[in-house]
Design a protein around this ligand. Structure first.
Ligand code: PLP
Length: 390
């Protein structure tokens, strides 16, 4: 578990490093990639061993018998999140963006509204629009520098054309870990407006000490008849390229439309993803995640201290995720100017806040899951790029 090791990812078909010049104009040989949400760390040895075993065997045929995979999910959810998952409730998709898109397909019709609490993970809006549905942006409110839900305002925005709400729990960006009360509020909102609730909990293991993630079925057991849960090993263990995710549907009737879409699209598992995920959900994987979170806590502290020392910049205190959400509003600069300083001045590729929807306009998102030396360098570069404000 050497999180300090600098591993050169350039030239490996890494979207984060090999696409940053094309997308952000930041050259990979001199720049720092701090955008898309994958980590610059190797996954735990148990995952590497699973891939090594497949390579040593050398036959890459179709995957079958997922009993061990389902048992591993149940073990993980039970031991890490106190949640018992029925094996037959689990569907395996090619990642959670794919899972979200299939939920939209299974539970809504073209033209229907899908509610998002913005700013939120940008791929939600992308798949909603691509499927010919309407993105309904319900802006999060801000209280004491954190996002909070605003049900009274959102109630007034509903028109009756909405069919689904996609919740991000913990929230990306901004890193809120929603409380039981907030989660129950979401469940009640969905019941009031007759919405299917898709709860994307992909960041549920990346929670900092002092906060506790509560799976939606535990916070609001009465929402099960309209609940679809999304979970995955990929964000936790840095295996996003394996494209494997779980769509968990506790209610038997609600499962049927989803099962029908799976069958219609001919979706079957990717054996690399299944074997990696099964190996990850183990005591060795759990130990690795605990060490990871301790390391990320150090990165967060270093980044926040350095960035908050720059007048006008404010990094939102993260309760979860490794995705720092920095507000540049206090600089008084236009978006083009602070973005130019970060990209061309500091040589850092960070996600543009506008892509996350309403409320993201003055923000950039920085990925801190990289060796600490690189975080320190990024802080120095940012201080240099905004030195005139000091
Ligand atoms: C909330 C959320 N859902 C889903 C994903 C991506 O899921 P996948 O790689 O399984 O498609 C991300 C990636 O950052 C995310 O933040």
């Amino acid at each position: 578990m050497d999180f300090d090791e600098i591993i050169d990812r350039r030239g490996t078909h890494s979207v984060k490093w090999d696409m940053m010049e094309k997308l952000y104009g930041v050259p990979a040989d001199t720049g720092v990639a701090m955008w898309v949400a994958d980590m610059d760390f190797r996954p735990p040895a148990c995952v590497q061993d699973a891939v090594g075993k497949m390579a040593a065997h050398g036959i890459y045929g179709y995957y079958g018998d997922d009993t061990g995979y389902r048992a591993a999910i149940n073990w993980w959810m039970q031991s890490r999140h106190g949640w018992q998952v029925e094996p037959e409730a689990i569907f395996t998709t090619h990642g959670l963006v794919n899972g979200t898109a299939m939920c939209i397909d299974a539970y809504t019709q073209p033209g229907d509204g899908v509610v998002l609490m913005t700013p939120v993970y940008h791929a939600f809006a992308r798949v909603i629009s691509a499927a010919g549905r309407q993105v309904v942006e319900c802006p999060l409110a801000m209280e004491d520098g954190h996002y909070k839900m605003d049900f009274d305002r959102w109630d007034a925005m509903m028109t009756g054309a909405e069919r689904m709400l996609i919740l991000c729990s913990p929230h990306n960006p901004g890193g809120r870990v929603w409380t039981a009360e907030e989660l129950r509020g979401v469940a009640e909102f969905c019941r009031r407006h007759d919405l299917i609730l898709v709860s994307d909990e992909i960041h549920h293991d990346l929670v900092f000490p002092g906060h506790r993630h509560i799976p939606m079925p535990l916070a609001a057991p009465d929402v099960l008849d309209r609940l679809v849960m999304l979970t995955a090993t990929t964000k936790t263990f840095n295996i996003a390229g394996a494209h494997v995710g779980n769509v968990i549907i506790p209610d038997g009737d609600l499962r049927k439309p989803f099962a029908a879409r799976m069958a219609a699209l001919g979706i079957s598992p990717n054996s690399f993803g299944m074997n990696m995920a099964e190996a990850a959900y183990s005591p060795a994987g759990a130990e690795w995640v605990d060490a990871l979170m301790t390391y990320l806590e150090g990165n967060r502290a270093l980044f926040d201290a350095g960035v908050n020392a720059i007048p006008g910049l404010r990094s939102m205190p993260l309760q979860a995720t490794y995705l720092a959400w920095v507000d540049f509003e206090g600089t008084g600069m236009a978006r083009e100017e602070f973005t130019r300083r970060v990209e061309q001045g500091a040589g850092i590729a960070a996600n543009h806040g506008t892509t996350f929807g309403l409320g993201g306009e003055t923000f950039l998102r920085f990925n801190l899951a990289t060796p600490r030396a690189r975080v320190a360098e990024a802080v120095e570069r940012l201080q240099g790029a905004f030195a005139d404000l000091q």
